[in-house]
Design a binder for this molecule. Structure first.
Ligand code: G6P
Length: 469
């Protein structure tokens, strides 16, 4: 493969390798917001994407898929357990999401994280052309920027953090807090979702490393005493709006939305939740609030249905196993108490769906419930808004998501406040069409004017500016 001027490095490739029952190999779109946001940009540039194919012990040659050059990085079964399920998703993920679940600190996990980060850095360095650009993504790879810089000082390095960065009082728990900051500061530009995340990061840099920080500029002191500038600031990510708008206009997708409504018994209001099954998403809080509204008679099962899509995620990490049990118990209790033969309170789907079906669901939903306890951005909120071309529908949005900084006309909630969530659901269910339309118009303007192209362009522009200095 020829050297690429532009290399993206992320834990996951845009597609996962899947093996069928007879051992035949297929490819499936990878889960999560990161892949959804990066894929459209990569289709338009001549670059390479370095990542893991989602299966342990799969040694693969570089290949092309959907017009993108993919460079697989192998992970052994023990590295999947210690680097991916362990350090990335049972140490960093809960710590950075405000310790909603207790983070586990294990030295062997950290060692695996260092080893695997080095492998990704080496793969990136092998792929990138002289004076090229490497753009590293997300919390699984926080050491890669510094590792790339040490191996290849000619390369321009960007890093984007898709999840929250925690307040210093929490970050300081991390036994490897200084190493992680130095790893990130290997980048020329370190991008975050919210201004608050960048501020927390800069505070940690000042307090732990004692580097000079002026506005968003950090004076990084290299080994040997030389200095250079790194920039840390917010670049709120978005979605590729075009395919959502197109699908929402397609007659077959509209027909599917009507079919979904009919199969639920044509309730007056459909509420929708769409999340990876993750404890950060506030699925339990949402279900509790909804269940109480039914129990109190403020909502009637004949009139409303909550569709909850909870796509399977990180199923071998304990916190996720427990969460699934809790949610499924809560769902079946509420359904058992309130369902009639013809109507269900909650249609719960522990499955992932293709985009067509998701858009049909968005079109069918009168109210979209995004009640995350903490979320870097939450692209589901933006997807819902993008599909609502008729300006109908209500977005209920947690103030603890990155999206809340931008989507000011949503019905805002504090998901910890169950009475508040109940009132927000009632406000949404009872909102007049005129009020829906006033709010949705402004939400749509915001999402359509700031799509994922605007995000990647502004990040890459900032990167070019720093480098040319
Ligand atoms: C979030 C993270 C991504 C991650 C995705 C899916 O969006 O920011 O980095 O890829 O969740 O999680 P998974 O562990 O399946 O990759």
């Amino acid at each position: 493969m020829v050297a690429a001027d532009f290399v993206v490095v992320a834990n996951r490739l845009p597609v996962d390798r899947v093996e069928g029952p007879d051992g035949e190999v297929g490819w499936r779109t990878s889960p999560g917001g990161l892949v959804a946001a990066l894929e459209p940009m990569m289709r338009n540039v001549n670059g390479a994407w370095v990542g893991w194919a989602g299966q342990p012990d799969a040694e693969m040659e570089p290949f092309e898929n959907g017009g993108i050059n993919l460079i697989p990085v192998p992970l052994s079964a023990s590295e999947v357990a210690e680097y991916y399920e362990g350090f990335a998703n049972d140490t960093i993920w809960p710590l950075y999401h405000d310790v909603i679940a207790p983070p586990q600190y294990h030295r062997e996990w950290w060692d695996a994280y260092v080893t695997v980060n080095r492998r990704f850095a080496e793969a990136a360095v092998a792929a990138v052309a002289q004076d090229g650009t490497v753009w590293v993504h997300d919390y699984q790879l926080q050491l890669v920027p510094q590792m790339v810089r040490e191996l290849r000082p000619d390369v321009t390095i960007g890093y984007f953090h898709h999840i929250p960065f925690p307040a210093h009082g929490l970050y300081a728990q991390l036994p490897w807090r200084d190493q992680v900051l130095r790893g990130l500061l290997g980048a020329d530009v370190i991008g975050f979702q919210r201004a608050q995340d960048a501020t927390y990061f800069l505070t940690a840099v000042r307090r732990r490393l004692r580097y000079e920080v002026k506005g968003s500029h950090v004076t990084v002191v290299e080994n040997g005493g030389a200095t250079r500038t790194a920039v840390a600031r917010a670049f709120p990510i978005s979605i590729d709006t075009a395919p959502y708008i197109e699908l929402a206009q397609r007659e077959d997708v509209k027909a599917r939305a009507a079919e979904i409504r009919a199969s639920l018994g044509n309730p007056a209001r459909i509420l929708l939740g769409v999340d990876r099954l993750d404890y950060t998403k506030g699925i339990r809080h949402r279900i509790k609030a909804y269940g109480e509204l039914l129990a109190e008679g403020r909502l009637k099962v004949e009139d409303v249905t909550l569709v909850q899509v909870a796509s399977p995620s990180r199923e071998r990490v304990d916190a996720y196993v427990h969460l699934r049990d809790e949610i499924e118990l809560a769902v079946s209790r509420i359904n058992g108490d309130t369902d009639t033969m013809g109507h269900t309170a909650i249609r719960y789907l522990h499955q992932g769906y293709p985009r067509e079906e998701m858009v049909a669901l968005y079109l069918a939903a009168d109210v979209m419930l995004v009640t995350a306890l903490r979320d870097g951005m939450n692209l589901v909120a933006k997807e819902y808004v993008a599909t609502r071309a008729d300006n109908r529908g209500v977005l209920v949005l947690s103030e603890f998501t990155g999206a809340a900084d931008e989507l000011r006309q949503a019905v805002r909630v504090n998901p910890h406040d169950i009475e508040g969530v109940k009132d927000a659901i009632m406000t949404a269910v009872e909102m007049s069409p005129a009020e829906q339309s006033r709010r949705m118009r402004s939400l749509r303007r915001r999402v359509l004017d700031n799509d994922v192209d605007a995000w990647s362009s502004s990040f890459l522009k900032a990167l070019a500016e720093v480098h040319s200095r």
